[in-house]
Design a protein around this ligand. Structure first.
Ligand code: SF4
Length: 332
């Protein structure tokens, strides 16, 4: 049965909810789990022409966000950040240009959901002006109206990263429908969508993994993938711990098989060799500035990896790496 599902996915047919469920339920370290991982790696290579990409995220601001997503260091209720801070525009320009020089194939600009949108657009225009025309920019911000999505497009963004997250509406005060509407608004504005199954914790059920995997497929993204939750010390979610690298490789592999060849990118975060090798992840991120998984306002030199670190990880996982602007994020 599992062999048939794997073959069906490799042949390019869409898997049903029941089939994805069966793949997630395969025991770790069984022969079938390794078959799933081998097929996912092969599917990622075929979908991306054998080339992995390093992208890079700049976090513009840190501070207590009133949305209070329980897994996030910025959530006001977690008490990690009590003051609003942001890096100066000059620093934003310097760090994003450095990403470009270091060879990142796309640059993501992130802000917390409570950061003023008009200010985000203003800073984005400064960043855009300083980068090469061909450099791909993605925004990672809060929910967007149709008009705001158009503003991002006009500011020079090629796409957004947006997710209906694990526990959305339960561990967050945001409804899944609001998140999906943002994805629709962005697509209608001509923005590409990057998404993934995240943040995955050990307590999450197979049913929720399947539901969120299918939502990423329905978003018609240029990349999907899976990311595990990093526990923020002292927070309610920290008690559940973290999914192991080995289990994430299996989860990533199932997500890859659930998505079709028209989705070239398969991401994971934080970057890891096992996820890239046997989970089939062909996209990882470097980070600088603020980071929702760090307790310091600047993740550079802490949790954040450099572009060079990410290239090393992908090389250790036996990937060839694209040099130049993203191919994943130029698919129309
Ligand atoms: S995940 Fe985003 S919306 Fe939620 S608390 Fe963090 S910054 Fe705010």
């Amino acid at each position: 049965m599992i062999n048939e599902i794997i073959r069906k996915s490799s042949d390019g047919a869409e898997l049903s909810e029941e089939e994805i469920t069966l793949l997630f339920k395969v025991p770790l370290f069984s022969w079938e789990s390794f078959l799933i991982q081998a097929a996912a790696r092969e599917k990622s290579e075929r979908a991306s022409g054998g080339l992995a990409e390093v992208h890079a995220q700049f976090g513009l601001n840190a501070g207590p966000c009133t949305r209070n997503c329980l897994f996030c260091a910025f959530a006001e209720c977690n008490g990690v950040f009590t003051e609003n801070t942001e890096l100066p525009v000059e620093e934003a320009v310097f760090r994003t240009r450095r990403f470009e020089e270091d060879g990142a194939s796309a640059i993501f600009i992130m802000s917390t959901a409570h950061y003023p949108f008009e200010r985000f657009v203003e800073v984005s225009r400064e960043i855009r002006k300083s980068l090469k025309k061909e450099t791909v920019l993605f925004a990672n911000v809060g929910d967007l109206t149709a008009a705001k999505a158009v503003q991002l497009k006009d500011a020079g963004y090629a796409g957004i990263y947006h997710v209906v997250r694990m526990g959305e509406g339960r561990d967050t005060p945001i409804s899944p429908e609001t998140r999906q509407q943002t994805i629709r608004n962005a697509a209608e504005a001509g923005l590409l969508i990057g998404t993934c199954v995240e943040p995955v914790g050990p307590e999450h059920t197979v049913e929720e993994l399947v539901e969120k995997t299918i939502l990423t497929r329905e978003a018609r993204p240029v990349f999907s993938g899976a990311m595990r939750r990093v526990p923020i010390p002292g927070t309610a979610k920290a008690q559940f711990g973290m999914v192991s690298d080995a289990r994430m490789a299996h989860i990533l592999a199932v997500v890859r098989l659930a998505l079709g060849y028209e989705v070239p990118g398969h991401c994971t975060h934080e970057p890891g060799v096992m996820a890239a090798a046997s989970g089939g992840a062909n996209l990882v991120w470097a980070e600088t500035g603020s980071n929702p998984r760090d307790t310091e306002s600047d993740t550079e030199g802490r949790r954040g990896r450099t572009v060079s670190d990410c290239r090393n990880i992908l090389e250790e996982a036996e990937w060839n790496i694209l040099n130049g602007p993203s191919r994943f994020c130029t698919v129309t």
